[in-house]
Design a protein. Structure first.
Length: 276
């Protein structure tokens, strides 16, 4: 009998008590795409569809212990990093993950919640730029985060391309600036990598208030498709298609009184296995 194992994705992120973003959004995304989701929680947030009311950081040594426990036993094929609550956590993640250079890291630098609540201090931003970007295969800032990283306003596609050239200098292999906050019918995401390859992804906006967790889910979907053997560009295409449909399928759902979640399980896949 052949020995089959599940493809494991490790999500390192904050917990969202509302269940839409962060660890919870990643768990749903990875599971819906047929892989096994393992986690390392960096912070616990009190939040719902209306916003974040409290954040409690997990001690760095506990974050490290979670990561090592997963790495030594479950052997993830890809890693997604989301909310990094403190500079100390950023530093300990960089030193710990540095021992596993062959595993691709997709880093969604969650700095500001969709409600406007700031989730990362200035010293933490500096630390992730110095330590975490350089070990990341792809970073996926939204427009608000890209403005902080590039230190410039980004009103349109041309400025997104310019910002990508500034952000790539921090050392990640590639950057994907997400343009969902442009507020236009035509939306663009700008990809740029260290080889000079630039690619613009185009999509149409969907009229929906249920978009909480979109960025978290996109980055974990990219990590999942990458682990399943797709190229980075193809992983982004596949992830964007999944997210687009999840938004479309969840736009008429009412959950809470604020910004609701995607419909992650519109067409869930069975747990995918591969030969060991």
């Amino acid at each position: 009998m052949e020995n089959l194992v599940y493809t494991v994705i490790l999500s390192i992120a904050g917990s969202d008590s509302g269940g839409a973003a962060g660890i919870q959004g990643d768990l749903k995304t990875i599971s819906a795409l047929g892989c096994f989701a393992a986690t390392a929680i960096t912070a616990v947030t009190a939040q719902n569809t209306r916003g974040v009311t409290a954040v409690h950081g997990i001690p760095p040594e506990i974050v490290r212990a979670q990561v090592i426990a997963i790495m030594e036993d479950l052997k993830p094929a890809a890693i997604k990093i989301g909310m990094v609550y403190s500079a100390e956590v950023a530093a300990i993640l960089a030193s710990t993950l540095g021992f596993y250079p062959s595993i691709p890291i997709i880093f969604d630098p969650v700095m500001v919640a969709s409600t406007g609540h700031k989730l990362m201090s200035e010293d933490t931003i500096q630390r992730i730029q110095q330590d975490l970007f350089s070990i990341s295969h792809l970073i996926t800032p939204n427009l608000d985060e890209a403005r902080i990283l590039a230190k410039m306003d980004i009103p349109d596609l041309a400025h997104m391309k310019l910002a990508a050239k500034k952000i790539i200098k921090y050392g990640s292999f590639a950057v994907l600036i997400k343009g969902g906050h442009l507020g236009t019918e035509d939306l663009y995401d700008v990809y740029l990598d260290q080889n000079g390859r630039e690619h613009v992804f185009h999509s149409k906006s969907i009229l929906s208030k249920n978009t909480h967790g979109t960025g978290c889910s996109l980055s974990s979907a990219i990590a999942t498709y990458l682990a399943l053997g797709e190229t980075l560009i193809d992983s982004i295409y596949s992830a964007k298609s999944y997210i687009h449909t999840a938004i479309q399928q969840g736009k008429n759902v009412t959950l809470g009184s604020g910004t609701g979640p995607l419909n992650h399980f519109f067409e869930p896949k069975k747990m995918l296995k591969k030969e060991a």
